[in-house]
Unconditional design. Structure first.
Length: 85
């Protein structure tokens, strides 16, 4: 099996998202914590990059949504931190 560089990038993104989800479910990370949000964002971006080279519309759509939701969570986190909460 030959993996192109973008397959490796996408697989790394999948691994990041799965690790983040596992750590969330085992209550080691909080869903509103920056480490969780950042890991999800980076994982989704890596998967989206891989999809540019081997396009799948439905997979790309969910990654764009995942990126947007992660950014939304990061903005909310930043707002709470700025407000002192």
């Amino acid at each position: 099996m030959n993996l192109a560089w973008y397959d490796v990038v996408g697989t790394l993104g999948v691994a990041l998202i799965l690790v983040a989800y596992f750590l969330l479910q085992t209550e080691r990370w909080a869903s509103h914590g920056m480490i969780y949000l950042t890991t999800n964002l980076v994982g989704s971006v890596l998967i989206a990059v891989s999809l540019i080279y081997d396009f799948n519309f439905s997979a790309f759509l969910i990654e764009i949504a995942w990126i947007a939701i992660s950014i939304y969570g990061m903005v909310r986190h930043h707002g709470r931190a700025a407000a002192g909460n």
